[in-house]
Design a protein around this ligand. Structure first.
Ligand code: F6P
Length: 344
C-alpha cells in the first residue's frame, strides 16, 4: 500500500478543501493511504501529521479555508530545516507529496523535486499570477466577492456623488482588479503592471463630471504604484520567510490625493482578507476537484515534478520549474478592454 502526504501552503483560499477531498477520494478508490501534513511546509519540518481516511473529507467541499491549516514557512530559510523535511518524509514512509500552493509553496516543491523527492504541485492563489495555467483555483471566488463589493459601492457612490476607491488584493499582478473592475463597471482600474499618473486619473474623473456623471468607482490593486515610485505602500516593513512585505494602503493614498486635487468627496474601502474567505464559487469547486483528481493520477502514473494546469478547457501536466519561473501578469489586451471605460 502506498502513501501520499498532502499539504496546503501560503495564503489560504476558497477551494483548498475541495482539492484535498478530490485527492483523498480518488486515492482511496485506488487503495492508497492519504495523510495530511499540518500547516504547510512547517508540518514536514515538525513531523506534524494527521490521518486523512476516506470519510475524513465528508462535508468539506463547500468550506473555505483549509482543514490542514497553512503557513508561510520556507524550509530553505533556516539552516537544518530541509534535512528535517527529508527525514520526516522517510520516517512517515511517504511515497509522494502533493503541495497545494502558489509560487512560494510550489517554488519549494520544485526544489525538493530536484533533490529527489516525489512531488506534485496544485496551482492555488486568489492572485491568479502563476504561469503555465489559465486559472488558479480561488481566483474566481475572489473576483466574485470583489465584483459584488463594487456593485454595492456603486449605489452609495451615486447617491452621495462621491468617488469610491476600492482596494483589492494583487501583489505583483492586477488580475483581481482588472477582472472585477470590468465586471463591476469600474471607471478606473490601477494595477501593479501599469504605474499610474495621479494627475491623469483625476483628469479622467473630471471628464466624467463634464458628462454629468457625478460619481466614480476606482479599483486599485494593493501592489499598484504611482509613476516614478518604486516602493510599495505597505502596512509594515516586516517580511515573511519568502521576503514579502505586508501590502495595504494604496487606496488611502489615492483617496487623499484625489480630494487634494479635486473638489469631490472620496471614500476608501479596503476589501482585504474578505476576498480569501468563505465558500468557493461553483467554478472554483469544479476546478479544484479537477486539479485534485489530476494530481493523484500523475502520482499513480509515477510522474513527478509536475503540476496539473488549466489550458483552454483541458487539464494538462506542466513542469513545476516552468510554473514558478516567472509570474503571470495581466495581459495587455485585457487591460486595454478595461481602459475603454476610463474617462468620458
Ligand atoms: O498571495 C495571496 C495574497 O492574498 C496576496 O494578494 C496578499 O498580498 C497576501 O496574500 C496577503 O497575505 P497575508 O494573509 O499574509 O496577509
Amino acid at each position: 500500500m502506498k502513501k501520499i502526504g498532502i499539504l496546503t501552503g501560503g495564503g489560504d483560499c476558497p477551494g483548498l478543501n475541495a482539492v484535498i477531498r478530490a485527492i483523498v477520494r480518488k486515492a482511496s478508490k485506488k487503495q492508497w493511504v492519504t495523510v495530511g501534513i499540518r500547516n504547510g511546509w512547517k508540518g514536514l519540518i515538525q513531523g506534524d501529521m494527521v490521518p486523512l481516511p476516506d470519510r475524513s473529507v465528508s462535508n468539506i467541499l463547500t468550506k473555505g479555508g483549509t482543514i490542514l491549516g497553512t503557513s508561510r514557512t520556507n524550509p530553505f530559510k533556516q539552516e537544518g530545516d530541509i534535512e528535517k523535511v527529508i527525514e520526516t518524509i522517510k520516517r512517515f514512509e511517504l511515497d509522494a507529496i502533493i503541495a497545494i500552493g502558489g509560487d512560494d509553496t510550489l517554488g519549494v516543491a520544485s526544489k525538493l523535486y530536484e533533490m529527489g523527492v516525489n512531488v506534485i504541485g496544485v496551482p492555488k492563489t486568489i492572485d491568479n499570477d502563476l504561469s503555465c495555467t489559465d486559472f488558479t483555483f480561488g481566483f474566481d471566488t475572489a473576483v466574485q466577492i470583489a465584483t459584488e463589493a463594487i456593485d454595492r459601492l456603486h449605489t452609495t457612490a451615486e447617491s452621495h456623488h462621491r468617488v469610491m476607491v476600492v482596494e483589492v488584493m494583487g501583489r505583483h499582478a492586477g488580475w483581481i482588479a482588472t477582472m472585477a473592475g470590468i465586471a463591476g463597471g469600474a471607471d478606473e482600474i490601477l494595477i501593479p503592471e501599469q504605474p499610474f499618473d495621479i494627475e491623469k486619473v483625476c483628469q479622467n474623473l473630471r471628464e466624467r463630471y463634464k458628462t454629468k456623471k457625478t460619481f466614480s468607482i476606482i479599483v486599485v490593486s494593493e501592489g499598484a504604484k504611482p509613476l516614478r515610485e518604486d516602493q510599495f505602500v505597505t502596512q509594515s516593513d516586516e517580511t515573511d520567510e519568502f521576503g514579502h512585505v505586508r501590502l495595504g494602503g494604496i487606496g488611502n493614498f489615492l483617496g487623499r490625493e484625489i480630494e487634494k486635487r479635486m473638489d469631490v468627496e472620496t471614500r476608501v474601502t479596503i476589501l482585504g482578507h474578505i476576498q480569501r474567505g468563505g465558500t468557493p464559487t461553483a467554478f472554483d469547486r469544479i476546478l479544484a476537484t479537477r486539479y485534485g483528481v489530476a494530481a493523484f493520477d500523475l502520482i499513480d502514473q509515477e510522474k513527478y515534478g509536475l503540476m496539473p494546469a488549466l489550458q483552454g478547457n483541458s487539464i494538462v501536466p506542466v513542469s513545476l520549474k516552468d510554473a514558478v519561473a516567472e509570474l503571470k501578469t495581466v495581459d495587455n489586451t485585457l487591460y486595454e478592454i478595461a481602459k475603454v471605460f476610463f474617462g468620458k
